[in-house]
Design a protein around this ligand. Structure first.
Ligand SMILES: C[S@@+](CC[C@H](N)C(=O)[O-])C[C@H]1O[C@@H](n2cnc3c(N)ncnc32)[C@H](O)[C@@H]1O
Length: 177
């Protein structure tokens, strides 16, 4: 009994250490902490934009995958997530198995990939990154593609729509012309 307890405590401390260390390194790499989008906001986005099953949806900084899974579940869209923080990425991969999801998750920097395939790019990130995201959206995405940005808008582009959500969150919609 004592051995089982000690084993459990050992495993638990390793897990806690992994989460804390990877959150710390993730923050050093990205300067963006993991703060999830609410399900209500994701539901609103899918409904308002009429995301369909033939669409490709990128979550830039996909965290534990909750946005990707919900978009997939509600719309049937093909979802792709890029995430640099190990523990959230690993959690997304584990959840993917249990949910039998077809979501694709990459433990990679989204700036190092082309976004040409995406019909929608979603970002809940941080102000210092937004000008680079704006430039990449304009450079990579096809005309007609849509950027959905939560709370921290692009510095230059004028949004097509802005939605004011509960708890003072905002959703900015940009369409590439
Ligand atoms: C505020 S969280 C949002 C998570 C998820 N998109 C959601 O809305 O629930 C932002 C995430 O972006 C990740 N991130 C920031 N910059 C990144 C980059 N260049 N490449 C991959 N992931 C990044 C962070 O590690 C963090 O987990």
């Amino acid at each position: 009994m004592l051995t089982a307890f000690l084993l459990f405590m050992l495993l638990f401390s390793w897990l806690a250490l992994f989460v804390i260390l990877s959150a710390f390194i993730g923050f050093i790499l990205t300067r963006v902490p993991f703060v999830p989008t609410t399900a209500a906001d994701v539901e609103f986005i899918v409904k308002k934009l009429g995301i369909k099953d033939n669409a490709v949806f990128y979550d830039l900084g996909s965290g534990d995958g909750r946005v990707a899974f919900l978009v997939e579940e509600l719309s049937g869209a093909k979802v792709v997530g890029y995430e640099l923080t190990w523990w959230t990425h690993l959690l997304a991969k584990i959840k993917k198995v249990f949910r039998r999801s077809k979501a694709r998750f990459y433990n990679q920097n989204f700036f190092k990939h082309g976004w040409q395939e995406a019909d929608y790019v979603y970002g809940y990130l941080y102000p210092p990154l937004m000008s680079r995201i704006e430039e990449k959206f304009l450079a990579d995405c096809r005309p007609g593609s849509i950027a959905i940005i939560r709370d921290f808008p692009f510095p230059n582009l004028k949004p097509q729509d802005v939605y004011f959500m509960p708890k003072k969150h905002e959703i900015y919609i940009y369409r590439k012309v």
